[in-house]
Design a protein around this ligand. Structure first.
Ligand code: FE2
Ligand code: FE2
Length: 447
């Protein structure tokens, strides 16, 4: 340690002088020689030592043992006791102050040096450890999550301020209690849940006053010590605010959904008033398109988008004069050309509504065909949205199997023949396959 500074506390002059000589001979600096316990503190505030050599029995009211604990606890100065005798009681008291060394007079220079060096080293290590512990404890205390540590018997050994705030137990109440008493959960206990899945998990906790708190927690086992099972570290956080926000989002989505449904319904009803054929057609097409989409295992959201698009897919027909729509005889080329404007007209009506699905595009593309022979843009293959390819098949099957003002029904079989023989040419083969499957398995009916 080089030039360590030593304070000598000894009430016998002669002994003190010998001791100081020995200490100096060993190369240490002596900061002061004091004779009473009371004189120690003023001395160290003047010239702080690295270590004190202290007679246990001193004149005055304070003995060496009382002074030693203050020196270490408050000033981090280690003490080596020096005494000519030690009765059991004194020894027991001295032990309680965790002496850094113990010398019984008379002793040799070498023995003194060894004791001083050992004491200085021990003190240095203990201070380092104390510093690390404080560092760790400051981190654990300032972390925004609740932290509870248990010992190997499952009793609480650490409980940070956030844990106290969250579950209402104070640190002093919680320490040494069994974990289940302090950390009560609804249903499965946290440790049991952890042994099944050590991942981040959610559960409902009960505060000290019985209030339910949704938390997210992770449990980490502490390293095992000498073959014994270690304790656990439980880190948890209150997710009430997040749960509330999630619920609000869900509710607002449900509201938006109802609004959408209502809007689609309103559009559909408007069409129905003017053109009952188209309205009924759209409803049945929507039913079949939805069933095909499910058979193709599309996501719930996609299925819904297809259903909504189908329910209004011929909305553009409101631009077509009613006489043409309900004409009982064959259409002229001009009339047919007018009818063919309805996908584009539907697109124009819907394009500015921000649906969560590409409804306007699906409506625009529902008369496109795989080989590019469709209208209005002659799109081919997968340039046509899957939703529109599904809608196209459902549209044809429904239209052919229903009566129209200008023709009787061809019947369902004829409709299925049409899509079957034109799969890959006009219609998406996967969609046709799904449609044939659900109809032939009797999984579907228009009514
Ligand atoms: Fe159409
Ligand atoms: Fe249609």
């Amino acid at each position: 340690m080089g030039q360590a500074k030593i304070l000598v506390v000894e009430d016998e002059n002669l002994v003190a002088r010998d001791l100081v000589n020995m200490v100096r001979t060993l190369g240490y600096e002596v900061t002061d020689i004091v004779q009473t316990g009371e004189a120690v503190l003023p001395s160290i505030s003047q010239n702080p030592p690295d270590l004190a050599l202290m007679d246990i029995v001193l004149k005055g009211n304070l003995d060496g043992i009382a002074v030693a604990s203050v020196l270490w606890e408050e000033y981090s100065i280690p003490v080596v006791y020096i005494t000519s005798f030690a009765d059991d009681l004194t020894f027991e008291r001295a032990k309680l102050t965790e002496p850094f060394g113990y010398l019984i007079k008379p002793f040799e220079e070498r023995e003194l040096e060894l004791t001083i060096e050992t004491a200085l080293y021990k003190a240095k290590m203990q201070l380092l450890l104390k510093e690390k512990e404080q560092w760790l404890s400051t981190i654990l205390k300032s972390i925004g999550d609740g932290i509870i540590v248990t010992d190997s018997e499952g009793r609480v050994s650490f409980f940070n301020p956030i844990a106290q705030k969250l579950i209402g137990w104070s640190e002093s109440e919680a320490i040494a209690q069994p974990l289940e008493k302090v950390f009560k959960s609804k249903g499965i206990s946290p440790l049991e849940a952890h042994s099944k899945s050590p991942e981040l998990q959610e559960m409902i906790l009960f505060s000290k006053h019985g209030q339910e708190i949704p938390v997210e927690l992770i449990i980490t086992p502490l390293p095992e010590a000498k073959g014994q099972e270690g304790g656990k570290v439980i880190v948890f956080r209150d997710v009430t605010a997040r749960k509330k926000a999630e619920k609000e989002i869900q509710e607002s989505w449900a509201r938006l959904h109802r609004t959408l449904e209502g809007t689609i319904q309103a559009i559909s009803t408007t069409i129905e008033m003017r053109d009952p054929y188209t309205a009924g057609h759209q409803r049945r097409v929507a039913k079949l398109a939805e069933a095909i989409a499910r058979e193709l295992q599309l996501s719930a959201s996609q299925v819904e988008g297809i259903k909504f698009a189908a329910e209004i897919h011929d909305i553009g027909k409101i631009y077509v004069p009613a006489e043409i729509l309900s004409k009982p005889t064959k259409l002229t080329d001009l009339e047919y050309t007018i009818i063919k404007t309805h996908p584009q007209a539907g697109y124009e009506i819907l394009k500015n509504i921000e649906f969560p699905w590409p409804i306007a595009q699906i409506v625009l593309q529902h008369h496109e065909r795989m080989n590019g022979s469709g209208y209005p843009n002659g799109l081919k293959g997968d340039k046509i949205l899957l939703e529109a390819r599904i809608l196209a098949v459902a549209d044809v099957v429904e239209a052919m199997s229903s009566h129209r003002p200008y023709r009787p029904s061809f019947g369902l079989d004829k409709a299925l023949d049409e899509i079957n023989s034109n799969q890959g040419v006009l219609y998406d083969p996967e969609v046709v396959k799904a449609c044939l499957k659900i109809i032939s398995n009797n999984k579907f009916s228009f009514d």
